[in-house]
Design a protein around this ligand. Sequence first.
Ligand SMILES: [Mg+2]
Length: 337
Amino acid sequence: MPQISDEYYYNIAKEFISNKNSVIVTENAKTLDTEYIVINSQIGTQLYVLTIHVPYGRALWQDLAHDPKYYLKLGKKRLFLLDMDGTIYLDHDLFPETPGFLQAVKEQGGRYLFLTNNSSRSVNAYVERLAGMGIAATAEDFMTSVNALIAALKQRPPFRLCYAFGTKSFRDQLTEAGIPVTDKLSDEIDCLLVGFDTELAFQKLEDACILLNRGVEYIATNPDWVCPTWYGSVPDCGSVCEMLWRATGRRPEVIGKPQPAMVQLAMAATGCTEEETVVVGDRLYTDIACGVNAGVDTAFVLSGEGTLEDLEKSEVKPAYVFKHVGELQEAMEASRN
Ligand SMILES: [Mg+2]
């Protein structure tokens, strides 16, 4: 664990205070200002400074294992990788803070990409969905776990034929990208690709078990156990893979969040660096873990699934915590200079 002087804490505190968006608290409850306190805290092997702005109850975490200079302030970030459900909208309702936040990203010369683990729908379906909420977006503004799967497949020796266990849209996207896929059993198949399949039938489970018992490669788009719906939730890709594990003892290589592949691909596609990038999301174990695994800053928003109680229990810690993207926007605007 590094030795850290009082002056070091003080300088970090001063930097946060100058952003006017946080307070910092120390183990010794070292008060630097009536509103701003600093605390250092060790979680596992990582040392953090917890920062809280008392009037708003806003907390920020700075991972001291990294040089703080490594990270650009939020107002200097260029690439915002945004989760969708729970972050910019909930079900069919856009959050009122979202349009202003997206505008603020553009105003500071940045761009945003919407990141989704959902492999059941095409990007065009998301473009239409956002358009219906009044958010103009094009296919280039999205990165799905299918995009990341395709990129991963192109980086390795090609498979002869892949069995695509997923929706028609999933198969079509793979085919358009030049990946040889089928939805019928054959001796040629040397890889099983599993996505979130809202068109699941027992035949596919049977086919998958035959292939897994034969020993083919096995890759899944995303580890999510459930997908939220208006009536609760339905089994997502992770649950189906769990079922296949019970039946065959095989577990897949997983591509989507929390693996870093989508973030790495987004940075490569936009030419942005780790320090210029921030992942914004409402789930610690997928969105925030994905950013942490990719070595970029993360902002946890409390507008969806995750809560402050989850944060306390979680091993994965975000760099920032905000009530919603409106608060993130305030922090960006306060730290542009
Ligand atoms: Mg979400």
